[in-house]
Ligand binder design. Structure first.
Ligand SMILES: Cc1ncc(COP(=O)(O)O)c(C=O)c1O
Length: 414
């Protein structure tokens, strides 16, 4: 592609990838091509702080942050040290490890109301497990989820019809509209004894859509759904965890979950996730075989503990939000200086940047490409992420590039 952001090395890697990777949607948003072909650099070889380096050695200020895992900054020294220290020893050994107990203790202590933790590798695994725990504990099968919300790669939880899956496997998931309190109330009235769990996020954050916060009536309806039907309230905090509130986004939302799923930023990029649960659901969790040979790998657990320490010690939450506000203000000012109307929705630490009057997203995509060509990564269709390593200097540097990228983006598509 003539004007692709990828340089010769990146393009050569794409050619090789096309031969041996299946392509298409198999990796979905984790492929650079989810943004469109040639819009973002497809291959990242190195990263430090808030910057990444592509296969051609080009540097970018990154507002994608590996889709969330980069919480403190890539290569955070304390996390690297903890991981590498443990990695001197074999990663996977027999049975439990002291670090596993310690991390579970730390998570339970950190999230008041939660009494136990199951550790795993990915967000998908723990969300799936949460639904199973809710079903086992209640003896019911229905899971209520909302709109298009993504809850991981388990086919049953797919927000769109998942190819290759018998339809009978999808019968017990109900999708209701976000922010529609009456719809949730009515469903709960009609199916009170059938609902095992209500699976929700603190935000409605879907691709190519503005982020929506929850309205108070909807929050009330979620709480009532738990209280009136006995369903478990399952918070999927895999994406929003650590970015809306240091101790779980339910605190920003005002809901006390029965089950809480963490992942992404928990290990600052190392593969560790956790399902936390209340005492009442412990028996449900005990009865489920959920194990994997590599779940007990120790270095990511050490990385997670170092991440929690550094996050608190360094005021990461405030840093991300401060940087996000500076980015938002600068972006909106640059848009008005160049004649664009842009909407930046969501909390400052997770901005979704969309152009108004851009139904086919072509201007947003063009802007992303222009920004990438000037050394800034802003996704055209997914919410972005700030990390604690975004400082005033990097934001201001990014904003210079952003304004030039906006000036190079046509005001209207011909
Ligand atoms: C809200 C939410 N839940 C679950 C997942 C799945 O997590 P993972 O990709 O670690 O399996 C994601 C991933 O993007 C997510 O955003």
């Amino acid at each position: 592609m003539a004007d692709a952001v990828d340089g010769p090395e990146g393009l050569a890697l794409w050619a090789r990838a096309e031969r041996v990777l299946p392509g298409g949607g198999v990796y979905l948003s984790r492929s650079g091509r989810f943004a469109g072909e040639g819009v973002l650099p497809g291959f990242v070889c190195d990263a430090m702080g808030c910057r990444v380096v592509d296969a051609d050695g080009r540097k970018y200020i990154d507002f994608i942050c590996a889709n969330g895992p980069n919480l403190l900054g890539y290569g955070h020294p304390a996390v690297q040290e903890a991981f590498l220290k443990q990695a001197q020893k074999p990663a996977s050994m027999n049975f439990f490890s002291p670090g596993m107990v310690e991390l579970a203790e730390r998570l339970v202590e950190r999230h008041s109301g939660q009494d136990w933790a199951v550790l795993a590798k990915t967000g998908s695994e723990v969300v799936t497990l949460a639904c199973r725990v809710a079903r086992k504990a209640t003896g019911r099968s229905l899971i209520v989820a909302f709109n298009q919300a993504y809850h991981g790669s388990d086919a049953e939880l797919s927000p769109w019809p998942p190819p290759g899956v018998p339809s009978t496997r999808l019968d017990d998931i109900v999708r209701l509209p976000w922010n529609d309190a009456p719809a949730l109330e009515e469903f709960c009235r009609d199916h009170s004894g059938e609902i095992a769990g209500v699976l929700f996020n603190a935000l409605d954050q879907n691709s190519f859509q503005p982020t929506r916060f929850a309205e108070p009536a909807f929050v009330r309806a979620i709480i009532d759904a738990g209280q009136k039907t006995g369903a478990a309230l399952i918070l999927d905090d895999v994406r929003q965890g650590f970015r809306m509130d240091p101790r779980g986004s339910h605190r920003a939302l005002g809901v006390d979950p029965d089950l809480l799923c963490l992942g992404k930023g928990l290990g600052n990029g190392y593969s560790v996730s956790a399902l936390l649960g209340r005492e009442a659901l412990r028996a449900g969790a005990r009865g489920i075989m959920f194990t994997s040979s590599l779940h007990f790998e120790q270095p990511p657990m050490q990385a997670a503990m170092a991440t929690l320490d550094a996050y608190d010690r360094e005021g990461a939450f405030d840093a991300m939000n401060r940087a996000g506000l500076r980015l938002r203000e600068g972006l909106l000012a640059a848009a008005s200086a160049t004649g664009h109307v842009i909407q930046s929705s969501g909390p400052p630490s997770m901005p979704t940047v969309l152009f108004e009057d851009d139904p086919d997203h072509s201007r947003g995509i063009r802007f992303s490409r222009e920004a990438a060509r000037r050394g800034v990564l802003i996704h055209p269709g997914l919410n972005g992420f700030l990390c604690a390593a975004h400082d005033d200097e990097s934001i201001d540097e990014a904003l210079v590039a952003v304004e030039a990228a906006l000036a190079a983006t046509p005001l209207r598509q011909d």
